[in-house]
Write a protein that binds this ligand. Sequence first.
Ligand SMILES: Nc1ncnc2c1ncn2[C@@H]1O[C@H](COP(=O)(O)OP(=O)(O)OP(=O)(O)O)[C@@H](O)[C@H]1O
Length: 292
Amino acid sequence: MHIEIADLRRRFGRVTALDGVDLTVSGGMFGLLGTNGAGKTTLMRILAGVLPATSGRVVVGGNDLSTRGGRVAVQRRLGYLPQELGLYPDLTPTEFLDYVGLLKGLDDRAARRGQVGDLLDLVGLSDVAGRKLKGFSGGMRRRVGIAQALLGDPTLLIVDEPTVGLDPEERIRFRTLLSSLAGARTVLLSTHIVEDVAQTCRQTAVLAAGRVLFTGQVTDLTARAEGVTWEIVTAGSPPTDGVVVSAIARTDGTHYRVVSPRPPSPDAIPVSPSLEEGYVALMRSATPLPVG
Ligand SMILES: Nc1ncnc2c1ncn2[C@@H]1O[C@H](COP(=O)(O)OP(=O)(O)OP(=O)(O)O)[C@@H](O)[C@H]1O
């Protein structure tokens, strides 16, 4: 589903959460990166039709979100997993999904129950379908969350920071699930975890202080750190020039990877960057250096 955003602004009192966002999203999985407070949740909530924009234009699948008709049309084709999804602790996943299905207008009881069963299968929760939600781990809760978002077979799936707080194994499992859902759908994934985008998305955008700093192919964001990423191996003190992205202690010394416009030491070796290093290079180039 095609999304077109033009000069989108949203203020909360004196806080400007979105400050003139222009963005185009087409099918597949799209990663929205940004630090805490960058405006990701605000953008997701506007796209989901639960928060109005202050100004600007958002068109989703040909529907203008500034009109009620447009919002209703989009909500019919939308699945949304907000950052904080309230689950009813005394319900089982089957009961919870059945309830959300009713709210989404899936009136045919047998068809709804069928869909709930299929979705529990898809997210790997069939074995615990009869257990109360209050005993579920963070990863299991997130999987219930994605199942409720998928009720009604939406063509657009919006997921806000879905991997926060998950252990590494759960995180990998969850993002693999998201990738598998992106085939025929557009999946918009908001996150501050660069690795989630590196592993799942071809297209990405980076938000900072309510503005789009970058939008395009993930490989082009990685390329931002081309020629400015270095490796240094030393048993001495850490490099002070540039941003140290990783430090791994090995028998021959600590291996530092550094993003810096200049070689951070005479024996620094230029290396191929990762997406995380591309992100760091972008953020660094966008941050004015302190004067003096
Ligand atoms: N309902 C609100 N009332 C007042 N300020 C808000 C509201 N929602 C968001 N903001 C402010 O807007 C800015 C953007 O917030 P937003 O939650 O969209 O960022 P984010 O990128 O999703 O960050 P996080 O990853 O921390 O959720 C922040 O300064 C935040 O404090």
